[in-house]
Ligand binder design. Sequence first.
Ligand code: ADP
Length: 254
Amino acid sequence: MMNIITVSQISKKYGNLLNSTKALNGVSFNIEKGDFVGIMGPSGSGKTTLLNIISSAMKPDVGEIIIDGKELTRMKENEVANFRKNHLGFIFQDFNLLESLTVEENIILPLTFSKFKKVEITKRLQYINKILGLTPLNKRRIDELSGGQKQLVACARAIINKPEVLFADEPTGSLDSKSATQLLNYLEKINTQEQTTILMATHDAFTASYCKRIIFIKDGKIFAKINTNGDRKEFFEKIINMQRTIGGGDFFNA
Ligand code: ADP
């Protein structure tokens, strides 16, 4: 299998010389095309920082990120912006939706900046709507939706341009269990059917059990890696056990 992401010796500090926090301390791993990787760890362990650095929203102090053969850490800002637009998708906690637009307008936003034909846009919109059950909401404005519905719209928008890598930070964070399961089934579907590589940070063992493997981090370092054997229930147990081993207890829910 081909490596799509190489994370090499990443370190990141926040703050200044007198008062600094080491958020990441020499993190390295590879991700293959079509992988579905979970990032777990207690609150404050560095998950969000890691996701932001890999997705090139933030630069590391030290280390390299290579995605699809491109060294993002060395690219100019406008090159990074272009790369993100064409190759990466994001489902982040704060949704980043445009409140004054409709659901449909938000979902197709990433395509309207590209050279897609109207027919193709409509086709993709219908496909995504069908899978996520969003059709009845299409003409509503974002400020008329619940938190869970917003998260599904954010998901639809993240995947409409068929990104090679999809980044998700607590994607089920504000979803009820039915919507969460629906979203996870969809992520699994695009992972298996479209070979979309997914990197997802979560504190939730059920959500994480949809991954193929999990990288646990603690205090900015890799603590452990575990793989599924294909049985979700068994993997869930394995994840819970690792959460106990790593400690942090309630911090997982913070
Ligand atoms: P997680 O996502 O696992 O909760 P984060 O990556 O958000 O962890 O944070 C890792 C560490 O870096 C924590 O100690 C946190 O307090 C610190 N940190 C995160 N963001 C900032 C920031 N903008 N300024 C200062 N410290 C930060």
